[in-house]
Design a protein around this ligand. Structure first.
Ligand code: NAD
Length: 362
């Protein structure tokens, strides 16, 4: 299969971690007989410096012409002086909009070897494997009107939470479909005891569930969900929720399974899927070869699974990461006192090697 992917390394540690994800993808392609066609483009601060725009047309065209996009990270303090519309982050927001992704997928998986890296007790976090499915284009982050008005001392601010039935239905269907590939449970999170949007949400999700008799659906208020995530995280399978609740709960779920450097994400449902580690450009460690590349590498696994439907190939990356961690290899952000930390390139090479155990990697 031809895998046409646009690579957007971006800024800070973005290029370092993306290089390792590409190294792993190359080995997956060799092992499973796929052809990789990679188009590297600039985004964020790197694009701003070379072409005066954080998302050049050339980059958008490449993304829209590819099967998937793999991004590193954007931003950094040196770009803070630019006007808002030219900041690296505005390039990324526009890219997400251009690609039309309405579903943000954030797995929170506790690797057995990392049980003791969680702030929770090992017996609490053990077995945690959650897929958060967050609605990404609606709700209070996009609703109009949004305004701050009035004289100083007496100002008022207004944000609008709005959802339509079709917006809820399409994300619900996606969550149920994803649950079919997992443990067949969906927990839909809302605040239906208070919010009209949540009552509509619950109603529509319940309706969609009629088409998925094989999936167990539960509803939960967002406050209960926040508590259960830290007390019984292993009870969740697919957690479906709206934009703002998902923003908050996905960070909470990420926090309980270990380091930020491990977390991957996918934004799908539009014309082309966008895959990126959850972390930012980490300017404090950029260029030192110590950034954890596993979030980027696991994002590449999601890319194979969701954009190319290559489940075996995606699983081979996840198994490789798990085995490298089980063998005791750690990056600085996961190492305990006395443990040696690998460099970014060494970790990438270990995972790439574990993907094709029979090949020697140089
Ligand atoms: P950050 O995620 O870049 O860093 C937070 C902390 O985590 C830092 O101490 C950093 O060293 C550490 N860290 C992050 N990724 C790591 C990794 N892979 N390995 C080891 N340690 C890692 O967040 P920040 O410092 O708030 O933001 C820095 C810049 O990144 C800002 O310009 C911000 O706007 C941007 N940002 C971009 C994205 C994105 O591109 N999607 C996301 C968040 C922040």
């Amino acid at each position: 299969m031809l895998l046409k992917i646009t690579i957007l390394p971006g800024d800070g540690i973005g290029p370092e971690v993306t290089d390792e994800a590409v190294r792993v993808l190359n080995n997956v392609a060799r092992r499973f007989n796929h052809e990789l066609s990679l188009d590297r483009k600039e985004v964020g601060g790197a694009a701003l410096l070379s072409s005066n725009h954080p998302l050049p047309d050339d980059t958008i065209h490449s993304c829209l012409a590819s099967g998937a996009v793999l991004l590193g990270a954007v931003g950094g303090p040196s770009f803070d002086k630019f006007p808002k519309h030219l900041r690296p982050e505005s390039g990324l927001l526009r890219l997400r909009r251009e690609l039309g992704a309405f579903a943000n997928l954030r797995p929170a998986v506790c690797f057995p070897a990392l049980e003791d890296c969680s702030p929770l007790r090992p017996e609490v976090v053990r077995g945690t494997d959650i897929l958060i499915v967050r609605e990404l284009l609606g709700g209070i982050y996009f609703g109009e009107p949004r305004v701050t008005q009035g004289a100083s001392g007496n100002r008022e601010a207004l944000d609008t939470m709005r959802y339509t039935e079709p917006e809820i239905e399409r994300i619900a269907r996606m969550a149920f479909e994803l649950a079919r590939t997992r443990r067949r449970m969906v927990t839909s999170v809302d605040k239906a005891n208070v919010l009209d949007c949540s009552r509509l949400w619950r109603d529509v999700v319940t309706g969609v569930a009629q088409d998925y008799a094989d999936i167990k659906l539960g509803h939960m208020y967002v406050d209960s969900a926040a508590m259960l995530l830290v007390s019984r995280p292993a009870d969740f399978d697919v957690l479906l929720t709206e934009n703002m609740f998902g923003d908050i709960l996905s960070d909470e779920a990420g926090g309980i399974v270990g380091s930020l450097g491990l977390l991957a994400s996918a934004s799908i449902g539009g014309t082309v899927g966008l895959y990126e580690p959850v972390h930012g450009s980490a300017p404090d460690i950029a260029g030192r070869g110590i950034a954890n590349p596993l979030g980027a590498i696991l994002s590449a696994a999601m890319l194979l699974r969701y954009s190319f439907k290559l489940e075996r190939e995606a699983g081979s990356i996840e198994a490789a990461v798990s085995s490298v961690l089980a063998a005791g290899h750690r990056m600085r952000d996961l190492a305990k006192p006395g443990q040696t930390a690998l460099t970014t390139a060494e970790m990438g090479a270990k995972v790439a090697e574990a993907v094709v155990p029979q090949m020697a990697i140089h």
